[in-house]
Design a binder for this molecule. Structure first.
Ligand SMILES: [Zn+2]
Length: 342
């Protein structure tokens, strides 16, 4: 099969297109033909050698955690999926043995792993991670599901308990994660404010129908949010940017509000006015990926056509490295999808 592998850490050039042996399914595996995947920040961090151990993988590695695929063969213990079935994935692999897993708190698994291997014509998916998806959902949409929608669902529904009384502020509303958050917050009946940088991204963000779009390059975001909320601020701040936005997240968050974070695309280091934080009685919640419960809840809204991911570019498998460059440059509004087969 054709696959894009990396043998060492580095820039996009380390992603090499290679012909390698087809994978052979173990007893619990589905062998799937990949129709599409997409590029995530996580892939860039792994490729470049992010210092956090959560971003280390054994080399050589085939990256790619998003998946739209068809089952073509199964291991002998597979009993919940059949050949020809269309699937996507929840890439979060829990150990099933640690105390948190045994107490049904698998979101906090002490020995978790994350699936990767979708930058290829074929992949192995343990049946425990596979998520059925309706046949009529566009391939490119399914390819945007796993990383963005499951993560955003866990953040907003699982952690922040979003509801109709909330005003949700979403940084970078045209990013994969940000655009998923706008859709989920709207579905929950919340009022939604999305930020976007520059005129083009602002127009794309407006297409997701938030209640307000603010330009984080041209406008005073804190002032706009306070103005829109009669001085109260946002009850939920959707953070995934880090260094560049953290101070403003604190400032625009309402009394008793929640900042939920699952990423630091602009950097990990922030300074924080602790007094401002505790006087406001803020909740600061960390999050990563999501449970199978999140995945199954979120996929229903794909099946019904309610969620329509923002797709910026569709590239063939051979151009995964270009996809990494596009995301690194920050020029794309939406996801970079890799179309592997029909
Ligand atoms: Zn565990």
């Amino acid at each position: 099969m054709l696959a894009v592998r990396m043998h060492r850490l580095g820039g996009p050039d380390v992603l090499e297109v290679e012909e390698i042996a087809d994978p052979v399914p173990g007893p619990e595996d589905l062998l799937v033909r990949v129709q599409a995947t997409s590029v995530n920040r996580r892939d860039l961090w792994i490729r470049a050698g992010h210092p956090h151990p959560a971003y280390r993988v054994p080399l050589p590695a085939i990256l790619g955690i998003d998946l739209c695929a068809t089952v073509i063969a199964s291991g002998e213990s597979v009993n919940r999926f059949a050949d020809g079935q269309r699937i996507t994935i929840n890439p979060y692999i829990t150990c099933g043995r640690c105390e948190n897993c045994r107490r049904e708190r698998s979101q906090y698994c002490e020995d978790f792993d994350v699936f990767h291997g979708a930058y290829a014509e074929l992949a192995l998916v343990p049946q425990s991670l596979a998520v059925p998806v309706a046949a009529d959902v566009p391939v490119e949409h399914v390819a945007c599901f796993a990383n963005s929608y499951i993560t955003a669902w866990q953040m907003l529904v699982g952690k922040a308990h979003v509801g109709p009384d909330d005003v949700v502020f979403v940084w970078a509303g045209t990013s994969g994660l940000g655009s998923a958050a706008v859709e989920i917050a709207r579905l929950a009946g919340a009022r939604v404010i999305a930020s976007a940088g520059g005129e083009r991204k602002r127009a794309v963000a407006a297409g997701l129908s938030p209640d307000l779009v603010v330009d984080h390059h041209a406008e005073d975001v804190v002032e706009r949010v306070l103005e829109y909320t009669d001085g109260r601020g946002a009850t939920i701040v959707f953070e995934h940017v880090g260094t560049a936005t953290w101070t403003r997240s604190l400032e625009l968050c309402a009394l008793g509000g929640t900042i939920v974070s699952a990423g630091a695309t602009s950097g990990d280091e922030v300074t924080m006015d602790v007094t401002a934080m505790f006087v406001k009685q803020l909740r600061i919640l960390g999050s990563r990926l999501g449970t199978m419960e999140d995945a199954l809840a979120a996929i229903r809204h794909f099946d019904s056509g309610r969620f329509r991911p923002l797709v910026a570019e569709v590239l063939p498998l051979e151009r995964v490295a270009d996809g990494h460059r596009l995301l690194e440059q920050g020029a794309v509004a939406g996801k970079v999808v890799i179309r592997v087969s029909d």
